[in-house]
Design a protein around this ligand. Structure first.
Ligand code: NAD
Ligand code: ZN
Length: 364
């Protein structure tokens, strides 16, 4: 039997727990009762997730005398808009949900971000519970309380910090995830090993085949350790000044590549996978880590089925895209650089260094 894991997220009066349990979805009704949900609950999900899981979820919830009110979004990033938020708010208002009511976010990061944001502004904040169903959502977006939507001028430009009442994770739902989405999520998992935990990195190296075949105990362990690391970082620094920055490792180049590809040719995690390797290489170029560190990261990224090489953009295009990212200050890019596996430091990067590295690395 796979164990039940709980991970505390310590944020003073906004603290909550993450529960990780194989088969949890079928028992969601009892979990909701445990979290004091009464009478009715808004279930925000997307069409694809609804097709797989809404029936199961509705049945278990009803068994506990709670009425589910489904709010079904179109799947995908295009739903991350204020318009979608408004449509969620409409349903909440029409069904006379109150501040004391609870909203469930059942889905990937898109559903979590939209539903969390809607919850944060409905009657100045109603409770919500995250039930993440993608690997990205289970190890990243459901933890930390960042909610929000895209604007036509940029991703995640509109949003709020709003912590859920609980995060309920069933690793078994990952079995229906398309392979591309699953592999993309592994980039974030590998990131946690590099930024914070060398023994977790070794675990991933050792158990990658079992992880790829989704052995339940390995998936649960990996989700749990990832949540612990993210929870530890966000608890230390809820509003992203310094400590939280380390979560951006792989994302400076990653975000740039994602944007240059028009969010089509590379999905987020695929771009981050390349970023993990290339940013380590950049760190090595600056003398901050050894070649072995870079090669270790490259090997695990490839073992996970992710790409490790840069697509053929010119360095000035990549630099410009990096500057467009939010995490810049005064024309310099603030980067996160590994010193060894399990340890990173923050330092700014100047364009001449980037250019020299790019020429050297692409001709190597
Ligand atoms: N708030 C944060 O801190 C944070 C962190 C990382 C990412 N994000 C955001 O998360 C979003 C990406 O999330 P994502 O990668 O989960 O994408 P997603 O929510 O678009 O889900 C990917 C696809 O998988 C489908 N799906 C979800 N669960 C499934 C399941 N169990 N079985 C089958 N199909 C399933 C969805 O319908 C969708 O088509 C981005 O908008 C990103 O900005 C937010
Ligand atoms: Zn990411």
């Amino acid at each position: 039997m796979t164990p039940i894991f709980t991970v505390p997220v310590s944020l003073a009066e906004r603290s909550y727990e993450i529960t990780i349990r194989a088969g949890l979805l079928e028992k969601l009704g009892s979990e909701l009762k445990h979290h004091a949900v009464q009478r009715k609950v808004a279930v925000v999900t997307d069409r694809r997730v609804a097709r797989h899981y809404l029936k199961t979820v509705s049945e278990t919830i009803k068994r506990y005398g709670i009425e589910p009110v489904p709010i079904i979004l179109d799947p995908g990033e295009r739903s991350k808009t204020l318009k979608t938020v408004e449509s969620v708010l409409d349903v909440l208002a029409r069904h006379r949900f109150e501040r004391s009511s609870v909203l469930l976010a059942l889905g990937g990061g898109v559903v979590g971000d939209v539903a969390g944001f809607a919850a944060s502004i409905y009657q100045r904040g109603m409770s919500y519970i995250q039930v993440p169903t993608t690997l990205v959502a289970q190890v990243d977006s459901s933890v930390g309380g960042k909610t929000g939507v895209d604007h036509r001028l940029g991703k995640n430009l509109i949003g709020s910090f709003f912590q859920p009442r609980a995060v309920l994770i069933d690793p078994l739902v990952l079995r229906t995830l398309p392979t591309r989405e699953w592999v993309a999520g592994l980039a974030e998992v590998i990131k946690y090993g590099i930024i914070a935990d060398a023994s977790f990195f070794s675990y991933l190296q050792r158990y990658m085949p079992d992880l790829l075949s989704q052995a339940p105990i390995v998936v649960s362990t990996v989700v749990k350790r990832s949540c612990e690391i993210k929870a530890e970082v966000v608890s230390a620094d809820e509003r992203e000044s310094d400590r939280r920055r380390i979560l951006n490792y792989g994302h400076t180049i990653g975000h740039a590549l994602e944007a240059l590809g028009g969010y089509q040719s590379l999905v987020h995690g695929e771009a981050v996978g390349i970023g993990l390797v290339q940013e380590a290489d950049l760190a090595c170029f600056q003398g901050w880590c050894s070649h072995e560190v870079v090669e270790g990261i490259r090997r695990i990224v490839k073992a996970a089925g992710l790409k490790d090489t840069m697509p053929r953009w010119t360095p000035s295009k990549i630099w410009k895209a990096m500057l467009h990212d939010k995490k810049v200050s005064a024309g310099r890019v603030i980067g996160v650089w590994p010193t060894r596996i399990g340890e990173v430091h923050i330092a700014s990067l100047e364009k001449p260094v980037f250019d020299r590295w790019y020429v050297a690395s692409q001709s190597a």
